[in-house]
Design a protein around this ligand. Structure first.
Ligand code: RUB
Length: 268
């Protein structure tokens, strides 16, 4: 396949969320930009998912650094994150997560491979059901998983109706900003319930997601929510939301496990 066709296919898959999650988006966009490193292709890739500073950061790096060098960071950071997450999980913990985050899922699979047993509660994550991807991958790794409809997340977190109380919340992040993080819509209400239930909230993320810029929240196509909606019904489909740093107990990155303020001192 020629470079242009590969570039277009990667772009389409990112736009349609077939390639999803900040890390996968950044890695694939980097690959595509390396095939056609022009201003036009950079503009195109940056337009696909507007709430993704890791995408911006890696494309900017490619203007100054060799592709292979940048690529190495993804796995080396993930390996460090995995070891840090392993330390923060206790045997028999119930971990609650949302959407699909490679930083989170890889670390949970790593922890399971080290023979530490725990279970996971997750949400299906409408409208695109990324929670199913999380559930499939964790199940395949032998991790016990219980999936909830999104509106049952209060039950999943707080021990009602035959489930246990979650011990920890692990969320990924699209953007790490001075005031807090941005992650899949639903993350803020999860963080608020967790705080009121005294459940610690851990953000698991690569530090290359940090940005000093104001990030817009991506608004997605309305037909993802209701394809055959009657005319004149207003629908909103925000992909992400902001979680203030006061809700974050610790952030786990390749730089270590620390409070959000300490993390900011390291990266600012
Ligand atoms: C994915 C999402 C993930 C973050 C982090 O949203 O919100 O939690 O991107 O993912 P979407 P990762 O499915 O709309 O891309 O850890 O893979 O970078």
């Amino acid at each position: 396949m020629d470079k242009k066709r590969i570039f277009n296919r990667v772009s389409k898959n990112i736009k349609e969320v077939k390639i999803q999650g900040a890390r996968n988006i950044a890695k694939k966009a980097l690959y595509a930009y390396n095939l056609i490193p022009t201003k036009k292709s950079k503009r195109k890739l940056l337009s696909l998912r507007p709430t993704e500073p890791m995408l911006v950061n890696v494309l900017n790096k490619l203007d100054k650094q060799p592709y292979e060098e940048i690529l190495k960071h993804f796995d080396s950071a993930q390996n460090k994150i995995n070891k840090n997450v392993f330390k923060s999980i206790k045997k028999r913990d119930v971990i609650f997560t949302h959407c699909h985050s490679t930083n989170v899922v890889d670390a949970l699979i790593y922890t399971k491979k080290q023979k530490k047993n725990f279970e996971v509660y997750n949400t299906e994550t409408r409208p695109l059901f990324q929670g199913r991807k999380t559930a499939r991958e964790l199940k395949k790794a032998g991790i016990k998983i219980t999936m909830f409809v999104d509106s049952a997340l209060g039950i999943a977190l707080s021990k009602e109706q035959g489930t246990k109380k979650a011990d920890k919340v692990f969320l990924g992040a699209d953007a790490l900003t001075k005031k807090g993080i941005i992650n899949k819509v639903g993350s803020e209400v999860i963080a608020k319930i967790a705080k009121s239930e005294k459940i610690p909230v851990y953000i698991v993320a690569d530090s290359w997601k940090f940005t000093k810029k104001n990030m817009p929240i991506e608004q997605r196509r309305l037909n993802e929510v209701w394809n055959t909606a009657p005319k004149n019904i207003r629908i909103k489909n925000p992909a992400f939301e902001f979680v203030e740093k006061k809700y974050i107990t610790k952030i786990i990155t390749e730089l270590g496990t620390m409070t959000y303020d300490k993390f900011l001192k390291k990266v600012e």
